[in-house]
Design a protein around this ligand. Structure first.
Ligand code: FAD
Length: 622
């Protein structure tokens, strides 16, 4: 009988990265998916990246994942968000051709060596001695060493449009009804979450001339560090607004108490609120922004970003008629809401393995997150770790000081979530050192050592690192005399003249000065470092803040280094409150740092733990 090393259930954004990573690490991998032609399907917005999410895509790419490359190949509008803000806040977002993306991912999966797929519904897992050993797919059983579950919004899912409801994991796709029960029987706790998606419109019926055009960026920096550019034509998006008449129609619809009850029950997604929720929550607002975004190059369908809704289709049509440019728009697909089972992520170790069932990993929306990027990031880590587990190698855990991925997973497993969790820059303590532009410097080596990153890509990162070092040394050691020519050039680039000799580094620290402005100043040549100009500017301009964050990281790492034995019974430690004992026994933190972030665990409790650890193993290096 065939036995697999790793089985991945699901072929969404988490499943793809998990399966590719596992197969690329040499494991015989099986992807079980309802239908092959839904691999990589974007359930909601055809867009990748965005604030806080662009960083995740770049990190997935730096580690050797696929999402960045796929997005570059299928992007139809690239934009750097927060371009006018500081480096830490900037994130890339790309509008994507939905069909091309799905085809790209399906082809990548199909062609991948060691990766097989089975078109079937996974109906259960088989667990022996607290270890998963097989996956059931209706009548068949597939034996395996490890399983990664990435079932997204499909578990026990119920779709809502107005008062109508029906079983479905996504529009026109079945829900996964039996797997939830199997997971519960195996000892996992499950909760319930909700999300919704906007309506899609026929482009032929939209009056774009009455909307504001949002053009793509002129200069595109691709997501993938392996790419130098993108191929597809770039398209504009359009901006319009809801108005008082729109809101009035929505309020009127919500006077139906039964409908209001259906819409309000459960936990709604805070970060992608429906239009009806925005109208209820912000009654003082006269309008809300709506972005009308193309679904593809050759496609006449548009995504009405901002019109997320659970309302009945006739109400959707009615409020659409009040919006400038959409008065005659035809709905191609109505907006809908969905509720589904998720597994509260505090049941996981930071390597995404479940605490209760060995060799079982969970990734993506099943862990309470929302978004393709959050799913891909978890999928990659779960796939890598499942593969490492089959080889008895140490598992990969990224901590909060290395990456957005580290923050995402640490937040999930130590704090948990009771609403769909999405990534934001504000969740990240060390965001000045965890930027989009340096994700390769932070993570390429890990990907290379694992075997997921090609040698040429690793060497490219090394060259960039050298260029940054040499560039900064050059700026530090090159002194500029206050000659009339130099001062004239400085004034022309918008800054004041220098009165005495200054280094290029000192001049670059001025907010108005860029490396472009310093070029040719007294004949200095900066071309040798051109590939690293962006990083050099950031390192020089923010050096004070960066140094401070690096010190904070050192302090953070000291607590992370102090390991907590897995079998430690916190109930026996005197001085801890019973609430803290119970939480520590439930969470089983891996180290003091993680323990300190569990809600309710106080600094005093951490000191007690430190003293206790010194007592039980005073000499041992922990
Ligand atoms: P998915 O992409 O959902 O993939 C799940 C995969 O598992 C699919 O391939 C499915 O076929 C497969 N599968 C499930 N059960 C089984 C089974 N038993 N056997 C075999 N295969 C199975 N994200 C946002 O960021 N913002 C939003 O506003 C937003 N709105 C959304 C609205 C809706 C209606 C939906 C459905 C999703 C929305 N999302 C939104 C979420 C986004 O689509 C997900 O976060 C993302 O797709 C999650 O990726 P995933 O890989 O975890 O799961």
């Amino acid at each position: 009988m065939d036995k697999y090393d790793v089985i991945v259930i699901g072929g969404g954004h988490a499943g793809i990265e998990a399966a590719l990573a596992s197969a690329r690490l040499g494991c015989k991998t099986l992807m079980v998916i309802f239908k092959k032609d839904t691999i990589g399907l974007m359930s909601c917005n055809p867009a990748i990246g965005g604030v806080g999410k662009g960083q995740l895509v770049k990190e997935v790419d730096a580690l050797g994942g696929e999402m960045g490359k796929a997005a570059d190949a299928c992007a139809i509008q690239f934009r750097l968000l927060n371009a006018s803000k500081g480096a830490a806040a900037q994130s890339t977002r790309a509008q994507i051709d939905r069909k091309l993306y799905q085809k790209y991912m399906e082809k990548t999966i199909t062609k991948q060596k060691n990766l097989f797929f089975e078109e079937a519904e996974a109906t259960g897992i088989i667990v022996r001695d607290n270890q998963v050993v097989a996956v059931k797919a209706v009548a068949e059983i597939f034996y395996t060493k490890c399983v990664v579950i990435t079932t997204g919004t499909f578990l026990n899912a119920l779709i809502h449009i107005g008062k109508e409801e029906y079983r479905g994991g996504r529009r026109n796709e079945p829900a996964s009804m039996q797997l939830s029960e199997s997971l519960k029987r195996a000892g996992l706790e499950l909760g319930r979450l909700k999300t919704c998606t906007p309506l899609r419109l026929d482009g032929k019926t939209i009056d774009f001339s009455r909307m504001k055009v949002q053009p793509p960026d002129a200069n595109v920096l691709p997501f993938s560090f392996s790419n130098t550019g993108i191929k597809l034509n770039q398209l504009p998006c359009y901006l319009t607004y809801s108005n008082l008449r729109t809101h009035q129609i929505i309020r009127l619809a919500l006077e139906d108490k039964e409908l209001l009850h259906i819409i309000s029950q459960g936990i709604n997604p805070r970060y992608c609120p429906s239009i009806e929720e925005k109208v209820m929550r912000f009654p003082e607002k006269n309008r809300h922004q709506l972005f009308i975004e193309p679904e593809g190059l050759e496609c006449e369908e548009y995504y009405a970003n901002g019109l997320f809704t659970f309302l009945p289709q006739e109400v959707q049509q009615e409020f659409l008629a009040t919006i400038v440019g959409l008065e005659n728009a035809r709905i191609t697909k109505p907006g809908y809401g969905i509720e589904y089972d998720f597994s509260p992520p505090t049941q996981l170790f930071p390597n995404l393995e479940t605490k209760k069932i060995r060799n079982l990993f969970l990734a993506g929306q099943i862990n309470g997150t929302t978004g393709y990027e959050e799913a891909a990031a978890q999928g990659l880590i779960a796939g890598i770790n499942a593969a490492l587990k089959t080889k008895d190698k140490p598992l990969l855990i990224l901590n909060r000081s290395t990456s957005y991925i580290g923050v995402l997973i640490d937040d999930l497993v130590t704090k948990g979530t009771d609403e769909p969790y999405r990534m934001f820059t504000s969740r990240v303590e060390y965001r000045l050192i965890l930027r989009e532009d340096n994700a390769d410097l932070r993570l390429r080596e890990i990907g290379y050592n694992l075997g997921l990153v090609r040698k040429e890509d690793y060497l490219k990162m090394q060259q960039k690192l050298q260029a940054i070092k040499r560039g900064i040394e050059f700026l530090r050691s090159t002194r500029i005399r206050p000659t009339p020519e130099a001062n004239e050039k400085l004034v022309r680039s918008g800054t004041s003249p220098i009165k005495k000799i200054a280094t290029l580094e000192e001049i670059l620290k001025r907010p108005q000065v860029s490396l472009e402005g310093l070029k040719d100043l007294n004949h200095v040549n900066l071309d040798a470092f051109k590939s690293a100009w962006r990083q050099i500017e950031i390192e020089v301009k923010y050096s004070g803040f960066i140094q401070r964050q690096l010190k904070d990281v050192e302090r953070f790492k000291n607590l992370e280094k102090i390991k907590l034995p897995e079998d430690l019974d916190y109930g026996t430690i005197s001085g801890l409150s019973s609430e803290i004992k119970e939480k520590l026994n439930r969470f089983k933190p891996l180290n003091l740092g993680q323990a300190s972030r569990i809600s309710g665990v106080t600094p005093v409790a951490i000191t007690i733990l430190m003293v206790y650890l010194r007592k039980i193993c005073p000499l041992k290096e922990r």
